[in-house]
Design a protein around this ligand. Structure first.
Ligand code: ADP
Length: 175
């Protein structure tokens, strides 16, 4: 039985991630999606939120489970008995970083291999960051993220907007 992991920030999960997970689930016996606890990125959603959104997005794939992890990705792979790390490729610029990461991970754990899967054409220019930017200004996300993620983004920015508003109001009252 071959188990693979698909690690990432998933802040939040997008249709591009679902595309890669679906392709990987068809190739490997078991796929464990790893939601990285503390990536070197500014996150919008908590680990719990990212985990639960990814779980709902991938619930129809029988051989996929979603877990969070911290520390080295290779240690996460070993802990679930995986020998493959799946990553997604969109455009040429993804390649350099993925190549560098794959070789670093191989140095850390020679028994693991990285498999990069090409995204569907419709997701080429889709990333969590782009989805967040569009959500922030109230744009249409229909083709980009599953409906529950759309709702979560709307709710998050609504709350953040309300917080920003109240700060502005407090400042103006003081002035
Ligand atoms: P990370 O912080 O590890 O890059 P991401 O959640 O941004 O986490 O991405 C996880 C993986 O999914 C990466 O390999 C990334 O290239 C891939 N990915 C992100 N968006 C897409 C997409 N639209 N199509 C295919 N792969 C994607």
């Amino acid at each position: 039985m071959t188990t693979a992991i698909y690690p990432g920030s998933f802040d939040p999960v997008t249709n591009g991630h679902v595309d890669i997970a679906t392709r990987a689930a068809a190739l490997f016996d078991q796929l464990v999606v790893g939601v990285y606890d503390r990536p070197q990125k500014t996150l919008l959603f908590s680990t719990e939120e990212r985990l639960s959104m990814a779980r709902v997005a991938l619930q129809d794939l029988d051989n996929v489970e979603v877990k969070s992890y911290n520390g080295l990705t290779v240690n996460f792979a070993r802990s679930v008995g995986a020998r493959v790390i799946v990553r997604g490729l969109r455009v040429l610029s993804d390649f350099e970083l993925e190549f560098q990461m794959a070789l670093t991970n191989r140095k850390l754990a020679a028994e693991l291999d990285t498999v990069c899967l090409m995204t569907g054409q419709e997701h080429t220019f889709l990333s969590s960051s782009i989805a967040k930017e569009i959500a922030m200004v109230g744009g249409c996300l229909d083709e980009m993220v599953p409906p529950h993620v759309r709702a979560a983004l709307k709710e998050k920015f609504h709350r953040l907007g309300a917080q920003a508003d109240s700060k502005v109001r407090i400042v103006s009252i003081r002035e």
